[in-house]
Design a binder for this molecule. Structure first.
Ligand SMILES: *Cc1c(COP(=O)(O)O)cnc(C)c1O
Length: 380
């Protein structure tokens, strides 16, 4: 079966008792044993649950992976990957990394005796210079947040594997509808399912997908031990969301391209960052790598901080809010939102100027989105 069909059919045969087309909500903490000789397949919801199991099968399938473990949030899935490290190990992170991952690595890993440092994901050769004898893992993401740079997943993974590292890739921004990093050699794909996979801004969740049996065991056992598990209802909601991932992503890509082209021609906009624009510095690698489209995220720079703040506060269809990947369009100001943990210097170091805004382009009518931005820009 192909992508769109798998999203609807994997693990989702009618339930055996009443032939319900939609998997019932198993809002049960525990499951009864027949007798002491037969351990039930699912016995306690911290370890597994039917709703969670179905969603794990679907997400594994959409990422072309063998195993999926679901978590209570995207951060818990990244925390589970980091928990594969032990005291004395070193973690390499791309400079452009999600703010929450940055916070976890900066504030918590050192307490566990795990050191971290950064490298440039745009230069796969820089990995060899950045490793130490203790380096065990590398984590990166593309397109990056918020400036939408695209790095070459296959090239970077090849370098990392030569150095014997576990490669963790955060595929939240693209979603499995656009790229499948496991096919490019990545060991563990993590997701904030809060974003495109669930797609409706109504649930927080995370996933880790891998083909490696041993890594899977570590990811699963961590969750069983720490209990950062999603509720059955959250899984039920996310399953409802993921069914339409393919057609939602197509609409996100179409609308983002239209919005990017409009902004690129606007005199009050200093710069637009969208991999679908020919003038984007990584357009060629994005074209090759993001086989399903260029995504729904874009960033723009205004000519002044004041102008950026005015546009952020001035749109009506785009809501001023954190997060991304939902059907509704959102506008965000990174210094006070996603990248508030960083100092101004750390942000500038990562090419996040205070004149930058980030858009998560939804699936509304593109013309309404353009008119909304046009009106906000006119008031600057
Ligand atoms: C939102 C996000 C996360 C964290 O996910 P939560 O579900 O909020 O915990 C991690 N990585 C990226 C790229 C994200 O956008």
């Amino acid at each position: 079966m192909r992508f769109a069909t798998r999203a609807l059919r994997v693990g989702q045969d009618p339930d055996p008792k009443f032939r319900a087309v939609i998997p019932p909500l198993y809002q049960s903490a525990t499951f009864a044993w027949e007798d002491l000789d037969h351990i039930p397949e699912i016995d306690y919801t911290r370890c597994s649950n039917p709703n969670r199991k179905i969603l794990e099968q679907v997400i594994a399938s959409l990422e072309n992976g063998k195993h999926c473990v679901l978590y209570a949030s995207g951060m818990a899935s990244i925390g589970a990957a980091f928990a594969l490290l032990k005291q004395g190990d070193h973690l390499l992170m791309a400079n452009d990394i999600y703010g929450g991952t940055f916070r976890l690595a900066e504030q918590w890993l050192p307490r566990q005796g795990i050191s971290t440092s950064y490298f440039c994901a745009h230069d796969p050769g820089s990995l060899a210079d950045a490793v130490t004898p203790e380096t065990k893992m590398v984590i990166f993401e593309t397109p990056t947040n918020p400036n939408l740079r695209v790095s070459d997943i296959a090239a970077l993974t090849k370098e990392a594997k030569k150095l014997g590292l576990i490669v963790v890739f955060d595929n939240t921004f693209a979603s499995p509808a656009l790229q499948n990093p496991l096919d490019l050699g990545v060991d563990i794909v993590v997701h904030s399912t809060t974003k495109y996979i669930s797609g409706h801004s109504d649930v927080i969740g995370g996933a880790a997908v891998t083909n490696d049996d041993k890594l899977f065991e570590g990811l699963f056992e961590w969750n069983k031990a720490f209990g950062a598990v999603p509720s059955p209802f959250d899984c039920w909601l996310s399953l409802r969301g993921v069914k339409t991932l393919g057609c939602r992503m197509a609409a996100h890509c179409r609308n983002a391209q239209a919005v990017a082209e409009f902004l690129a021609g606007h005199p009050k906009v200093a710069r637009v960052h969208y991999p679908g624009l020919i003038e984007h510095p990584d357009h060629q690698v994005a074209k090759r790598q993001m086989v399903g489209g260029f995504g729904g995220m874009l960033a723009l720079e205004l000519h002044s901080v004041e102008a950026a703040r005015k546009v952020a506060e001035g749109t009506k269809v785009f809501l001023l809010a954190e997060s991304l990947g939902g059907v509704e369009s959102l506008i965000a100001y990174p210094p006070l939102m996603s990248h508030a943990t960083m100092t101004e210097a750390q942000r500038l170091d990562r090419n996040i100027p205070p004149t930058m805004l980030r858009l998560s382009v939804g699936v509304e009518d593109a013309q309404d989105l353009i008119e909304d931005l046009e009106a906000a820009l006119a008031r600057v």
